[in-house]
Design a protein around this ligand. Structure first.
Ligand code: IPM
Ligand code: MG
Length: 362
């Protein structure tokens, strides 16, 4: 089993280091190889996704990814910005299915901006299509307008598009995932305005015929954004396009109060995957040893489960994390009165200790 380790920028290196210590503690045999990505790769090689990094990722069974980005790269040409690394990996590895669970951990109910009763027990799975839509649609660019409200003016444009197979395969992923949960899927679209999303809705409805055991409903994206803050527990599996999924997954993650806790997985059709925390590179706290490593540690667990066929090892990590939370340890982002504030390293130490102890006592 080969894991490509791409820590990236900001807090990426600190949090990935802890995930690796946790993986090491499992006593499984992995081959791990680290490479630069994002701003760090740009500094060293002049490109956020160097050939060697892409090659390593393609050859690995799974990629463990930290985070990329820093304000200091905002002025670079778009193809050289750190974000292009993650977009390039998604595209080149064909990682079309993005799983973003939004779970409210019992101990962290108080950290949400919503009332506790709205989010206690929350467990949503957002499935975001990740290689199509306006993110990758061509053509795109800048030009002089020939029509529209201001002919002759400068304009910019992107293309929202989906093909039938793209929608079919992500719909299947969502229905299959729902089978392992509460058997409900909400497909989020903007069919009232956009042709692309009327098409999306039609195809999801067609594919649903193969899944009569699953309940499907459709919701416009603006309403979905509202329902997520009004009654988030009404959702189970949400399936949506790349752009809407980007926005709704941040919303869902934040309302759990646990954004520092949420892992994510991006898979292709051969179950090769990229695993990363749902949060970003947090340059403001980078290098201070205070970042929460749990989202990355839980991403490593998802990696074991989905790409490396090691469900039992994944369970061990997940129960170790629960154990550590129950013991009252908190990094700054999830700290509250009455809990013990720890840094990145101590949090990693505690998870490692919980895993090793479990090994001894069986
Ligand atoms: C995410 C991020 C990325 C996206 C950026 C960094 C390109 O926001 O993974 O949600 O927009 O997909
Ligand atoms: Mg995003």
């Amino acid at each position: 089993m080969k894991i490509a380790v791409l820590p990236g920028d900001g807090i990426g290196t600190e949090i990935v280091a802890e995930a690796i210590r946790v993986l090491d503690a499992l006593d499984l045999s992995f081959e791990m190889e680290t490479a630069l990505v994002g701003g760090a790769a740009y500094e060293a090689h002049g490109h956020p996704l160097p050939e060697a990094t892409l090659k390593l990722a393609k050859e690995a069974d799974a990629v463990l990814f930290g985070a990329v980005g820093d304000w200091k790269y905002d002025k670079l040409d778009r193809p050289l910005r750190p974000e292009q690394a993650i977009l390039g990996l998604r595209k080149n590895l064909g990682l079309f299915a993005n799983f973003r669970p939004a779970i409210c951990y019992e101990q962290l109910v108080g950290a949400s901006s919503l009332k506790p009763e709205l989010i206690a027990g929350l467990d949503i799975l957002i499935i975001r299509e990740l290689t199509g839509d306006i993110y990758f649609g061509q053509p795109r660019g800048r030009r002089t307008a020939v029509d529209g409200h201001f002919p002759g003016a400068d304009e910019a444009f992107d293309t929202m598009r989906y093909s039938r197979p793209e929608v079919e395969r992500i719909a299947r992923v969502a229905f299959e995932a729902a089978r392992k949960r509460s058997k409900r899927v909400t497909s989020v679209d903007k069919a009232n305005v956009l042709e692309t999303f009327q098409f999306w809705k039609d195809i999801v409805t067609e594919v649903h015929k193969d899944y009569p055991d699953i309940e499907l409903d459709h919701m416009y994206v603006d309403n979905a954004a509202m329902q997520l803050v009004k009654a988030p527990k009404k959702f189970d599996v949400i399936v949506t396009g790349n752009m809407f999924g980007d926005i709704l997954s941040d919303e869902a993650a934040m309302l759990t109060g646990s954004i520092g806790m949420l892992p994510s997985a991006s898979l292709n059709s051969s179950n090769q995957g990229l695993y990363e925390p749902s949060h970003g590179s947090a340059p403001d706290i980078a290098g201070k040893g205070v970042a929460n490593p749990l989202a990355t540690i839980l991403s490593a667990a998802m990696m074991l489960r989905f790409s490396l066929n090691q469900a039992e090892a994944a369970d061990r990590i997940e129960s170790a994390v629960k154990h550590v939370l129950a013991s009252g340890l908190r990094t700054g982002d999830i700290w509250s009165e009455g809990t013990k504030r720890v840094g990145t390293r101590e949090m990693g130490d505690a998870v490692v200790a919980a895993i090793t102890k479990k090994t001894i006592t069986g």
